[in-house]
Design a protein around this ligand. Structure first.
Ligand SMILES: Nc1ncnc2c1ncn2[C@@H]1O[C@H](COP(=O)(O)OP(=O)(O)O)[C@@H](O)[C@H]1O
Ligand SMILES: [Mg+2]
Length: 309
């Protein structure tokens, strides 16, 4: 599987909080950046005033969203925090974005188009840095910011939990998505991702799949086959240690080794991780990355077909 051509920009959004947006952005970004021999260059844009993916998931201090806020408002160049992991840079999120979101009406009245500003500077940065993939994380609430990201991104990925409030968030976002398309945005729906799923609740999971399928009718896409399993212990480890699902596997492996050594040396083993085995969770994300890449490839082949045909 190969990806060629300009950077593809994937917006991860849901108008409900706590559905796995930030965790998924971090896990997917880190996996794409480190996959294979060379890896690909990845940029995470943290578009959320809460800055969870910047601070909690990736452990980066950042600039409180200053760079992205200035780009949106004044069209100044974006300043990434470089090499937060191999091949992975971040445009930090933070409270400065809330200021811009709140002032969006005034900004628009002054003839400033935040989407054009962001689009132009993102393109310039991608040209200069050679990113293959850009992932935009978003907050649940801020509608002007969300609309801006919807007109900048090429693809939309919607994570959701199975509860009605989260599915309601999917539905509201789907409406904004269609509205953005009607106003000329070229964004395409990459898929819906079920997050924090109990694999044993098969009946309930089937029901949710059917419900999401109904919501997606006419969009040309379906929920991802892979779901992200419920892993509360690993979730605590990821956030407290600022490690993604993939990175937690290596940590757990190291911990097992050191525990054995300490037992052998008749020392009391230390407990550093809550999760005993994050491999399954990391495997879910690995399969998600595979399905994302495969959907990107088929979307792009279709686009080429349209241009040629
Ligand atoms: N696999 C998982 N199972 C259960 N909870 C998880 C899992 N992964 C992450 N979490 C937790 O779910 C919560 C919401 O995740 P988050 O990525 O912050 O959502 P959002 O960005 O949509 O608000 C966080 O507390 C996070 O630690
Ligand atoms: Mg978040």
């Amino acid at each position: 599987m190969t990806m060629t051509g300009p950077a593809r920009t994937i917006l991860v959004a849901n108008q409900k909080g706590g559905v796995g947006k930030s965790t998924t952005v971090a896990a997917v970004a880190e996996m794409i950046a480190t996959a294979g021999k060379r890896g690909r260059r990845v940029l995470v844009v943290d578009g959320d005033p809460q800055a969870n993916v910047t601070v909690e998931d990736l452990g980066v201090d950042g600039d409180r969203g200053q760079s992205l806020a200035a780009t949106l408002q004044f069209g100044t160049p974006l300043t990434p925090v470089r090499d937060v992991r191999t091949h992975l840079d971040v445009i930090a999120g933070g409270p400065q974005l809330a200021v811009v979101g709140a002032a969006a009406n005034t900004i628009a009245e002054n003839g400033i188009d935040m989407a054009t500003n962001m689009q132009t500077q993102l393109q310039a940065l991608c040209d200069a840095e050679g990113y293959d993939v850009v992932l935009i994380d978003s907050g649940p609430g801020d509608v002007p910011l969300l609309d801006t990201y919807l007109s900048v991104a090429n693809y939309l990925l919607i994570p959701t939990r199975a509860d009605q409030a989260s599915l309601g968030g999917v539905e509201r976002l789907a409406r904004r998505f269609w509205r953005a398309r009607k106003h000329g945005a070229s964004i395409q729906l990459l898929g819906v991702l079920l997050f924090d799923v109990n694999p044993r609740a098969t009946k309930r999971n089937e029901e949710v799949f059917a419900q999401v399928n109904d919501m997606l009718a006419g969009s040309g896409t379906s929920p991802f086959d892979i779901t992200i399993r419920s892993a509360p212990a690993a979730a605590v480890d990821m956030r407290t240690l600022h490690r993604t699902a993939g990175e937690l596997v290596a940590l757990a492996h190291d911990e097992r080794r050191s525990r054995l050594t300490r037992l052998r040396d008749k020392q009391r083993p230390e407990r550093a991780l809550w999760s005993s085995d994050p491999t399954g969770l990391a495997a879910d994300y690995q399969e998600l990355v595979r399905q994302i890449v495969s959907r990107l490839v088929s979307y792009e082949a279709a686009a080429v077909g349209e241009r040629v045909g």
